[in-house]
Structures are given as structure tokens and as C-alpha cells.
Design a protein around this ligand. Structure first.
Ligand code: GDP
Ligand code: CA
Length: 320
């Protein structure tokens, strides 16, 4: 079975770990969000691609969900001693090496997809990890200008990591997405897929950004295969992080049902909500999306495998 998964960082990576156990013989292609990418200290950092690669490759800091375990921060401290920031973005010494290799290869002319493949040769994530695009896309968030009248756009990482999404987001813009082309292999993987899954990743700045690359949404809708998603919103709040803030920016309520309707029945065939949201199943089904309520907390591998198995079962059910 060929499965395509549109993944952000932590939610996507943890779900993928369960999916690989639930479907050990499946051929899994992950289309990773690159809208979170940022240039820091002259280096290209791809947080979501790296979270997937490290998680599936056994190199993730488990509790944190991003970065490497056993990190030291010598380089960062030395940069700070020169007055060179930003200090708010956590880059450990081990992690730095990944970004150095990536930046070096990009400088030598390799596209991000080739670079990602080269990095994965070390980590062996067990899936085919593709960036959504080789072109530069940067998610920006429109906020009130703290230094004056009016509004200003900040990089998504500045909004998320430095500001902790503590100020209202008026708009979320994947800058460059409209000009971006899907990376080699992306549209082919979708066309060849038997199932497409949306893990419980952020619907706006992870899955939404991938869908903003021209051709991706259309390819999924045209593939004629079951598309099943899992809600990142449980009990009307994100399980982790501040997804409610960016959902508000696009006018979507922070409920499992509202997220399903945001994707819409033109894209989504099936949707899993948590058992605490069982009361919304009828609302989702009324919107033309098959819906089931099951436990959706990725507390451990066993729970995550069960979620992935339910997603695949729902896919078979809607295939009919
Ligand atoms: P990011 O790029 O690191 O922010 O990660 P993703 O976009 O892939 O996933 C973030 C989303 O995962 C957040 O909106 C969380 O609510 C959701 N999430 C994290 N852990 C869980 C979990 O155990 N269950 C569910 N249902 N969602 C989760
Ligand atoms: Ca992310």
C-alpha cells in the first residue's frame, strides 16, 4: 500500500511513527512543510523536515519533540558573546551540523529535495521524505506593530517561538507559495497513492502551507483515493502549541468539527475526532465527511499505532 502523509513537525512526526508500526509493509511518502524554514546565522534551518527526520531516525529529543538529545549549546553561546542573535531560537551544537551540511549543499547548487535525501541517508527514517517544494516559501504572520501604529509582518518563527503567539495574528501568509512548484516526486507520489493522510498537524501553518503550493490540493482532490485526517484539536483546544491562534487568523474556530469543515468535503473523505468530541461527529458527517470518535492522544507508541490503524480503517470504509 502506498500512503502519502502531509506533515508538519511534532504532530506529524509522532503520528508517522505510529503509522509505520501500524502498516509496516506500506510505502510511505511524507510531504513536509517548509514554510517554517528560516535562515539563521547564515544557515538554512528546516524545522519541520528535521523533526520528521530526527524522530523517525532515532535522533529526536523525545520530551521536547524537536532538536537532538544530549545537546550542548557552545556555538550559540559563542555567537551570543559576539552579540550575534537571535537568542530565542534554540540551536544546539549537534543540530548545527545538520544545518551546516544543508547550507553547504544548497550553496553548491543542490535543490532542497536532494539535500533532504542526502541528510536522510544518515538518518534512515524509513519513509521517503520530500519537502513540499524546492522553492523558498516563508510563512509570515501579520501582527499589530508593537512600536507604533499599524501592523507588521513577522516570520512565523518569530511569532511562534519569540512571541509565543501571545499577540493576535491578523493574517497568516505563506510568502512565495503562489510562485512555488511542488518538489520533484510530490505530485507523482500523490497520483500513485492508495491513501492520503493528514496527521494531527497544524491545519494552518503545517498542512495548510503544503496545500498552498499550487497543484498539491488539486492533485489530492483528483487522485480519487481516500483522504483521511486526524484532529489536532481535542476538547476545543490544541493538544500542544498555539494552533488556536493561527486558526483564529483564518477565521476558523478551534474545534475538531470546524477544522474538518475548513479542509472541506471537497478534499477530506474521513475525519477522526477524539472521544471527548464525540458529540461533533454528526456535525462533521452533515458536512459530507465520514467521521469517527476514537482516542486521539499520542501518549505512547501503542496509542499512536491505534490511531494510525483507525485512520487506515476509515480510509477503507470510505473507499467503499
Ligand atoms: P509543529 O510543526 O511542530 O507545530 O507540528 P505539527 O504541525 O505537525 O503538529 C502540531 C499539532 O499537533 C498541534 O496543533 C497539536 O495540537 C497537535 N498534536 C500534538 N500532539 C498531539 C496528540 O497527541 N494528539 C492530537 N490529536 N494532536 C496532537
Ligand atoms: Ca512547524
Amino acid at each position: 500500500m502506498r500512503i502519502v502523509v502531509l506533515a508538519g513537525g511534532i504532530g506529524g512526526a509522532r503520528f508517522l511513527r505510529g503509522l509505520m508500526s501500524a502498516a509496516p509493509d506500506a510505502d510511505i511518502t511524507v510531504i513536509g512543510n517548509t514554510g517554517d524554514d528560516i535562515h539563521l546565522f547564515g544557515l538554512k534551518v528546516c524545522p519541520d523536515l528535521d523533526t520528521v527526520m530526527y524522530t523517525l531516525g532515532g535522533g529526536i529529543h523525545e520530551e521536547q519533540g524537536w532538536g537532538r538529545p544530549d545537546e550542548t549549546f557552545t556555538v550559540k553561546e559563542e555567537l551570543a558573546a559576539y552579540g550575534v542573535g537571535p537568542e530565542w531560537f534554540g540551536l544546539g551544537d549537534r543540530d548545527f551540523a545538520t544545518h551546516i551540511v544543508r547550507t553547504q549543499m544548497i550553496g553548491a547548487g543542490y535543490p532542497l529535495s536532494a539535500v533532504t535525501e542526502a541528510l536522510c541517508a544518515r538518518w534512515q527514517p524509513g519513509v521517503r521524505l520530500l519537502p513540499m517544494t524546492d522553492d523558498r516559501v516563508e510563512t509570515h504572520v501579520l501582527i499589530d506593530d508593537p512600536d507604533g501604529e499599524g501592523r507588521k509582518a513577522v516570520h512565523f518563527q518569530e511569532y511562534w517561538v519569540r512571541l509565543r503567539a501571545s499577540v493576535p495574528a491578523h493574517a497568516v501568509v505563506p510568502v512565495g507559495a503562489d510562485q512555488a512548484k511542488p518538489a520533484p516526486g510530490v505530485l507523482e507520489a500523490i497520483a500513485d497513492a492508495d491513501v492520503v493522510l493528514f496527521p494531527p498537524s497544524n491545519p494552518v501553518v503545517s498542512v495548510g502551507t503544503i496545500l498552498a503550493v499550487p497543484g498539491v490540493r488539486e492533485a489530492i482532490a483528483d487522485a480519487g483515493v481516500p483522504v483521511v485526517g486526524l484532529s489536532p484539536i481535542v476538547g476545543d483546544a490544541p493538544v500542544r502549541g498555539m494552533a488556536d491562534k493561527v486558526l483564529a487568523a483564518v477565521g476558523v474556530e478551534s474545534t475538531a468539527a470546524a477544522v474538518a469543515k475548513h479542509y472541506g468535503s471537497g478534499l477530506l473523505d474521513g475525519w477522526l475526532v477524539d472521544t471527548v468530541d464525540a458529540g461533533t461527529v454528526g456535525e462533521v458527517e452533515a458536512a459530507g465527511i465520514r467521521c469517527r470518535a476514537i482516542p486521539l492522544m499520542m501518549t505512547d507508541l501503542k496509542a499512536t499505532v491505534a490511531m494510525a490503524a483507525e485512520a487506515l480503517a476509515l480510509a477503507e470504509e470510505v473507499r467503499g
